[in-house]
Design a protein around this ligand. Structure first.
Ligand SMILES: *Cc1c(COP(=O)(O)O)cnc(C)c1O
Length: 226
């Protein structure tokens, strides 16, 4: 029998707690973002009723159609590639942008936040694996981008995000997650700023990501039975 959304969430939470504890981390260090692309407002409402507080959308257009239909008190994160011409809508809809991937986009979000008198939490998306098909900053460019973004008054840089390649065995992508953590640690050690968050891990590979230090996991399929 197909499980309910609530049962799926309980299962995911249990697995998050187990894997966190197995590596000596507190489950409280890991935020679950339920990824709602293609999901209906009814499905999202069920996840909210089961206690999920943070939801992720990867398209501004889709979020725009949904966010106002949903209960207050839940927070929306933009997790997909953001075009600069959608920055204004993104600033109105989201509390955090995981996918900042250029200085140009950072400047545009800053401009729109200033106009809306809003501060936005942001993560820099890094293409750790170097796959050509992926969005994200090159690890070698990070220092300059970080310096630029921390100087923008309406952006609050909280950490880094990555998308791992799709593979059958999640062990294969462990080096990608480890690479993102090491990059964060290097930035912190250089004394440029203090980054805490690592947004990494999806349905397939979130347990490995948590072992490697994820503080935010973005999970869709395992919650919504897709
Ligand atoms: C769809 C999506 C996810 C969730 O993927 P699942 O495999 O369904 O858990 C996470 N992050 C991003 C950026 C996505 O687009």
């Amino acid at each position: 029998m197909m499980k309910t959304i609530r049962q799926n969430i309980e299962e995911v939470r249990k697995r998050i707690a187990n894997v966190a504890e197995s590596v000596g981390r507190s489950p409280d260090e890991v935020t679950l973002v339920a990824v709602t692309k293609f999901r209906t407002p009814e499905e999202i409402t069920q996840a909210a009723a089961a206690g999920v507080k943070t939801f992720g959308e990867n398209r501004v257009q889709e979020a725009k159609a949904k966010v106002h239909l949903l209960p207050e008190g839940i927070s929306w994160h933009m997790i997909g590639h953001l075009q600069t011409n959608k920055a204004k809508d993104a600033v109105a809809l989201f509390e955090c942008i995981h996918s900042l991937d250029s200085i140009h986009l950072a400047d545009e979000v800053e401009k729109r936040c200033a106009a809306a008198d809003k501060t936005m939490d942001v993560l820099l998306e890094v293409n750790v694996s170097g796959e050509e098909s992926k969005y994200g900053l090159r690890p070698d460019d990070m220092e300059g981008v970080v310096q630029h973004v921390i100087a923008l008054p309406h952006l609050h840089l909280k950490g880094l995000m990555t998308m791992a390649p799709f593979v059958d065995d999640p062990e294969t992508v462990r080096p990608v997650f480890r690479g993102l953590r090491e990059l964060r640690d290097r930035i912190n050690e250089a004394g440029i700023c203090r980054l805490t968050d690592l947004s990494m891990g999806m349905t397939q590979d979130y347990e490995v990501a948590i072992q490697e230090g994820a503080t935010i996991v973005r999970i869709g399929s395992a919650i919504f039975n897709v």
